[in-house]
Design a protein around this ligand. Structure first.
Ligand code: ZN
Length: 197
């Protein structure tokens, strides 16, 4: 049976989400199409509003204004420590631990030449600028353990001034794991057990 265009277009859009195949998308969109009009419009509006999200000019986290509350926090600014993560979700995972009191920096991914991700696609330059500007003395690389993650850490280490201590979290994070799915205690432990690079 041919689906109405409205429905098939919604399915195409929804299946762009990671981990959502065509079958799941179809099931979910059929489910949505049964919602009340008001609820459906509200749902649609909330998705639409995502395009208006703003990010901190410095660290890459969400922020309504130029700089986020973490970058503006004097205590965190004066900590001299910056923790580098791949994504906003990883940054949120670090924040959830309430263990870390320094600055954060969202890299926007890891180096992956095969997928066309080079240093220019990540906020590497911004990171090096911040290290200089904010007089950072310690960099914690909270990059997920993977081949690409390891290569990214080695790359960053080359460009971080030698006077800065560079450490990488390790203990407790499984290979191929993602901070996003780990419990706060595991992440807390990993932060404690960071090692010098
Ligand atoms: Zn910020």
């Amino acid at each position: 049976m041919e689906l109405p265009t409205i429905l098939s277009e919604a399915i195409v859009e929804f299946s762009k989400l990671p981990g959502i195949g065509e079958r799941t998308a179809t099931r979910q969109m059929l489910h949505l199409s049964n919602w009340d009009k008001i609820d459906l419009l509200k749902f649609g509006e909330s998705i639409k509003a995502l395009s208006e999200l703003k990010y901190c000019q410095d660290c890459g986290l969400f922020s309504e204004v130029e700089f986020c509350h973490i970058c503006l926090n004097e205590e965190r600014k004066n900590s001299g420590t910056i923790c580098v993560v791949e994504s906003v979700t990883d940054a949120l995972a670090i924040e959830r631990t309430e263990h870390y009191k320094g600055l954060l920096h969202v890299l926007g991914g890891v180096l992956n030449p095969l997928m066309g991700v080079g240093p220019e696609q990540l906020s590497v330059k911004k990171l090096i600028d911040r290290i200089r500007k904010d007089q950072i003395s310690e960099v914690i690389l909270a990059v997920n353990p993977s081949l690409e993650g390891d290569a990214t850490c080695s790359y960053l280490k080359m460009y971080i001034p030698e006077s800065v201590a560079v450490e990488r979290i390790g203990f407790g994070i499984p290979i191929g794991g993602s901070l996003e799915y780990l419990d706060s205690m595991t992440i807390g432990k990993a932060l404690e057990n960071k090692r010098k690079l």
